[in-house]
Design a binder for this molecule. Sequence first.
Ligand code: GLC
Length: 516
Amino acid sequence: METTPWWRDAVVYEIYVRSFADASGDGTGDLPGIRDRLPYLAELGVDAIWLTPFYPSPMADGGYDVADYRDVDSLFGSLADFDDLVADAHAHGLRLMVDIVPNHSSSAHPWFQKALAAPRVSQERERYMFRDGGSEGRGSGHGEPNNWLSTFGGPAWTQVPDGQWYLHLFAPEQPDFNWRNPEVREEFLDVLRFWLDRGVDGFRIDVAMGLIKAEGLPDTDPGFTSRSPIWSRPEVHDIYRDWRRVLDSYPGTRVAIGEVWTDSAEDLALYVRPDELHQSFNFAWLEAPWSATAFRKVIDDTLKAVASPTWVLSNHDVVRHVTRYGQGSLDPQAGPARARAALLSMLALPGSAYLYQGEELGLPEVTDLPPEARQDPIFARSNGEVPGRDGCRVPLPWSGTEPPYGFGSGGSWLPQPENWADLTAERQAADPSSTLWFYRRALQTRRELRGTLPDAITWLESPEETLFFRRGRLLCVINCGEGAVALPPHDQVLITSGPLDGTALPADTAAWLLTG
Ligand code: GLC
C-alpha cells in the first residue's frame, strides 16, 4: 500500500544551534544541549528537527561561513556528539536534517586559502569566482568587475593583493564557489554522502537559488528579483537533479528542502519538479502583513503552483512574527494573539510546516540589544543603520526567573531580556493557558487528523477580513478584522487560538471546527 512520505505533511522545528541550549557552559548552544532537550521536542509534537550549521567556522556569519564541511566545530561538540544526537533523535521518533551551505565557503576554508596563494590563472582560483577588475569607476566606483551588491550591504566584490577581485554575495568572509567547475560539484556530492552515511534524514539547502551566476556576470538592476543574473539561473536545476540521485540512492526517504527566495510561486515550483528537491521554503506568508486578503492570496497562489507546499512564519533571518504582527497595533496582546491564529491557520493547510525555535513560547523579537552585543554582520556592514538578525536569535529561556534562564551555566552569547521569566518553557509547561500548551494541543490535533484530510481546500463565503476554508471535515476560520464574527455551522470546536466570545470568533483569533 502506498503511504504518504513523511516529509509531505511533517512539522519541522528549526534549531538555531547557537541559541537553543548550552550543555558545556560556554554561553553558546551546542549538540549535547540539543540532545538533553529531545524529550521537550518530542512532547511538543514535531516530526523532525533541522539544525543550522555546526561545522568548523570562524563565525563571521553565525556558522554560515563553513571552513570544513565534514566536521563539528568544537564550540558545538564533536562528530561523536553528532552521532549520538542522530541516534537519540531517532529513538525519540524525530527525523534530523542538517543545513548545507553550498553557495559559499568561509574564507578560512583550505580551498580559499590555497586560492589566495595561487597565481591569477590557476585551478585553485577556478574553484571560486575570481575576476579581473573592470574599468575605473565601475561597480561601486573602485573598478569592481560589475555592479553586484552584497546581500549584507556594500559591494559584492573584494580585491586581493594581486589586483583580482573575488565575488561574495554575502560577507567578504564568505567567498562564492564557482559551480560551473565540476570539482566543486563532486566535492558537494561527497559532502552529502558524508552526512547521509551518518544517518541524517535530509538537508536544508542554504541560498539554493544562488549557486549559478549568469555567464559573463553582467550588471544587474538593484533590488531583488528572482530572475536576474544572480538568482535562479536555469542551470541551477541540474545541480539538484544530481543531488536527488544521491538522496534516492540511500535507504529510507532522505529529503532536501531549498531556501529559495523568489517573487513568484511559479518560480518556486521549478525547484520541486519530481526529479529535483522535495520541497522549497515558501516565504510568501512570512512576507505578508496581518491581513485576510494577503493570506488568501498567498494560499491560493501557493496551492495553485506547488504540489507539496511548505508554510513558515518565522526563522533565524527575520523579525519574529509575534512582533511583526503586533506592529501598528496599540494592544500589546495583538501580536501574540495573531501569531497563534496564524499558526493554527498554517497548520490546517495541506503540506508541511516549519517552526522556528521559541515561537512555541511566543517569544517576541528582542529589539533593544546593546550595539556592542550585536554580532550579525549586517549590523556592522551597515554602520549600525540596519539592526540585523540578532533580535530573533537570542538564546531560549528554559527555566528560572533571571538570565540566562536555564540556557546554560555560563551566561548567553546574546543578552536575554530581564522580563522573560514568564516566557520560560518551565513556567509555561505549568500553565495550560500558555502558548506552549497551545502549540502542543495544535500539533497533537493535527496528528490526530493526519491522513484523514484531502489535499485540496475550498473557500467558504465569509465576512470581510476573515477567511473560512474547508479541508474535508475540517473547517478553519481566522478573523483578521476588528470585531467578532459568527462561526459558520459546525458540529464541534476542535481547538481555538484564543477564547471564543460566546459562540462568536473574536478579532485576532482562529479556530478549527469539525463538520459532518
Ligand atoms: C541564508 C541563511 C542566512 C545566512 C545566508 C548566507 O539566507 O539563512 O542566515 O546569513 O544564507 O549564508
